[in-house]
Design a protein around this ligand. Structure first.
Ligand SMILES: Cc1cc2nc3c(=O)[nH]c(=O)nc-3n(C[C@H](O)[C@H](O)[C@H](O)COP(=O)(O)OP(=O)(O)OC[C@H]3O[C@@H](n4cnc5c(N)ncnc54)[C@H](O)[C@@H]3O)c2cc1C
Length: 425
């Protein structure tokens, strides 16, 4: 059987492009390595937790147009994230405020015309010892929020993002999984051939035809191929191409992709309310530096977040060691012995995304080479192989569900413009 299009990966980008193409009458085959769809949207319902938890994507960062259009289309409910931002340094609590030199940093950044790495920018404008706290704050932010390596990340790319950092965020009630289910149902209603547990490791192509092989050595044939796997998978070299990629291979390696570990800890009580009953986020200098509650929802879940270089250092740490680190961090924040916190703990789940086989990291960030790489990856190889995914979308929302949606829509539009099989077959 020959398909019009094969799509690799049933994350948001793969599901979106499959939905668009199948609704337009294309005969699509969707191959997914995991046993379920969603990729980095990974809402888990597990015994021990009092409700569904987000081990991957959790927030909608502002009123993002594509995400909100889809929520409306699928009648999915959401709520605004609430609570204050608290800073805890050396165990001392205070309302979180930017470093005293933050506005100076943003002013300097607004005047910058030529892109450099975050590290070069800091070295040029803020190398005096008085700026050490600012440098640390910038690094914490880049690593924590963008999962970025500051010696590679572009300073201009974070400019707009960081200016809008204080905007409202939203959560999907019952989990992001609702959005995945909606996209999947749309694909199913178009009779898309969906094959789970199908991990692609070889692609043979020319300008008329592509054959894709899975690790079980099963072959699939189509006119066109869309690859939506993460940058981590692309960079790992686990997919072999015949003939080998040239310009696209260079572009793939110049993208930035950072590690992240997410800690989900459910306790018997929300003991943190005794400190402050309006905690949204806690930013600290502890080993697991960022924590958040589920406000406005009443919940006994605390979520921890460790991104960037410090997460990379923990690639080989097992669940027990990571849990111990998390409890030590909470112990310093809440002045409670780790043993007492362990007593309070009902259930936990820790996902170290750099070790997740079919993802190999968290999400992308912009390097100095990203703009050029996106241009290259946006043009199909031999008119046959297209790339899509959160890292390949143009615009400011890179690394998000919104950018995966955007990339899915853009790729479908591009393919449909260049290829109308109904007339050919
Ligand atoms: C911990 C974490 C928290 C996040 N938080 C947020 C957030 O709060 N808000 C937000 O907007 N974004 C967040 N993101 C980012 C967001 O989840 C991603 O940008 C988005 O889900 C990526 O979608 P995608 O389709 O591009 O890629 P993916 O979701 O990675 O989908 C790719 C799919 O390809 C499959 N695959 C991989 N290799 C193969 C192969 N060889 N053969 C077949 N299939 C393969 C994978 O299993 C996967 O299903 C977060 C990400 C992580 C990891």
């Amino acid at each position: 059987m020959k398909y019009h299009v094969i799509v690799i990966g049933a994350g948001v980008a793969g599901l979106t492009v499959t939905k668009c193409l199948s609704e337009a009458g294309y005969n699509v085959c969707l191959l997914e390595a995991a046993e379920i769809a969603g990729g980095r949207i990974a809402t888990v319902s597990e015994k021990g937790f009092s409700g569904p938890v987000e081990t991957g994507a959790e927030f909608i960062h502002g009123k993002l147009p594509l995400t909100f259009k889809l929520l409306k289309e699928a009648a999915i409910a959401y709520e605004t994230v609430e609570g204050s931002m608290i800073g805890v340094q050396n165990g001392v609590w205070r309302n979180e405020e930017h470093d005293a030199n933050w506005s100076k940093f943003m002013k300097e950044l607004n005047q910058l015309k030529t892109d450099v790495t975050i590290l070069e920018f800091l070295d040029t404008h803020f190398c005096d010892p008085q700026y050490l706290p600012l440098r640390q704050a910038v690094q914490r932010f880049a690593e924590g929020f963008d999962l970025a390596d500051i010696s590679k990340a572009s300073i201009l790319s974070v400019k707009n993002e960081w200016k809008n950092i204080d905007k409202k965020q939203y959560r999907i009630k019952g989990g992001y999984r609702h959005l995945v289910n909606h996209l999947l149902n749309c694909c199913r209603s178009q009779n898309v051939a969906i094959s789970f547990n199908s991990c692609v490791n070889k692609i043979k192509y020319n300008n008329e035809n592509v054959t894709v092989y899975t690790t079980a050595n099963k072959g699939f044939n189509a006119d066109k191929l869309i690859i939506t796997v993460s940058v981590g998978v692309l960079q790992s070299g686990m997919i072999h191409y015949e003939p080998a990629l040239t310009e696209h291979a260079v572009a793939i390696q110049s993208l930035g992709f950072g590690p992240v570990i997410k800690f989900l800890l459910e306790f018997k009580t929300s003991f943190w309310n005794e400190f402050d009953d309006d905690i949204g986020f806690i930013l600290t200098d502890e080993q697991v530096p960022t924590w958040w509650t589920q406000l406005p929802a009443e919940s006994t879940l605390l979520t921890g977040w460790l991104g960037g270089a410090k997460a990379a250092e923990k690639i080989f740490e097992d669940d027990a060691a990571l849990l111990q680190t998390a409890l030590q961090s909470l112990s310093a924040i809440f002045h409670m012995p780790p043993a007492m916190l362990r007593e309070e703990l009902i259930h936990h789940k820790i996902v170290n995304w750099q070790t997740v086989q079919h993802v190999k990291g968290g999400y992308s960030y912009c390097t100095l080479g990203t703009e050029q790489a996106i241009k290259v990856l946006s043009s199909p190889i031999d008119g046959t192989i297209f790339f899509a995914g959160e890292a390949i979308a143009e615009g400011n929302s890179q690394g998000t569900v919104e950018s995966a949606l955007q990339s899915g829509y853009e790729t479908a539009r591009k393919l449909m413009r260049d290829y109308q099989p109904q007339k050919q077959l």
